[in-house]
Design a protein around this ligand. Sequence first.
Ligand code: TYM
Length: 329
Amino acid sequence: METVLSGIRSTGNLHLGNYFGALKNFVQMQHSERCFFFIADYHSLTTHPDPSILHGNVKNVLSEYLAAGLDPDVATIYVQSDVPEVTELSLLLSMHAYVGELERTASFKDKIRKQADNVNIGLLGYPVLMASDILQHRATRVPIGKDQEQHLELTRRFARRFNQFYQVEYFPECQAYTFGGELVKIPGLDGSGKMGKSEGNGIYLSDSDAAIRKKVMRAVTDSGPVAPDSPMPEVIANLFTLLKVVSTPDTVEHFTTLWNRCEIRYGDLKKQLAEDIIGVIAPIRERIESIAGDEAYLSRVVKQGAEKARASASQTVADVRRIMGIKPF
Ligand code: TYM
């Protein structure tokens, strides 16, 4: 049996990128593998969120997880800060993580551009904490979107380095996981880049049908193909990427053929896309509200999750301490 772990930062509502990049794959595995899913609230502190909204964000993400099909009776669902063992593991692993390699990660470079006045140690050490999330359960499969690939590569590097340095076979090498075989990057609706929480270009699991239709109809397009079989510009390819994840193969083929014949009408494509997105989101959204209102249930879920996660993490921390030579008197 594989150990699977996936997580998400608690910085806002879940969008389609989170769903197709990580959550959906995880939901499909939860019944057959040993599964952990957590909310990365420590990681979200790197951007200094308002303390009065942090807990609400964790609660939103938790409710959305559950509404999307995570089953707390089979998977371990927990909040990162409820398992403080991860911070000790992160400290221990940081002794073998080098400043140069952390400074070179794409996410760090991106953040120092975006928040030049807040380049804190938490940002630099972000990949070490993420590796600790994974390694504390000795996970072997990690459902993620394409944007997290480099962090996973670092996790493997830290694991290998630890094993080699202490001459042990302790940490396994984890692999990114997706059912389609290839990691996905769900594009935003603004024509460039990925769908992201802070970019304002997303469709959220909590969006109403009307909001989804409005957002999709406004998505950026061009003036249409100029010649049969002409190369597809990025803005249009992005719409097709979305279509491929939410629609049937027949629908994708239908619009691809129209594109190749220069007969496509973007209005029709967008209408179909909006309805198929609604088909995915509406049943999830309908569950979010009733779950979010049930405080007792949510608190039971995270308590039970924290207990299971701590049992797994504390074993790892005890082993790592021993391997590194920290022994009780
Ligand atoms: P986060 O919170 O940005 O995103 C959570 C998950 O959603 C995926 N994702 C996407 N996938 C495809 N297309 C997109 N546009 C898109 N946007 C987001 C992400 O790849 C991710 O799988 N560092 C992580 C959180 C984390 C974590 C971990 C994940 C902390 N520790 C350990 C896995 C394992 C992050 O910021 O994800």
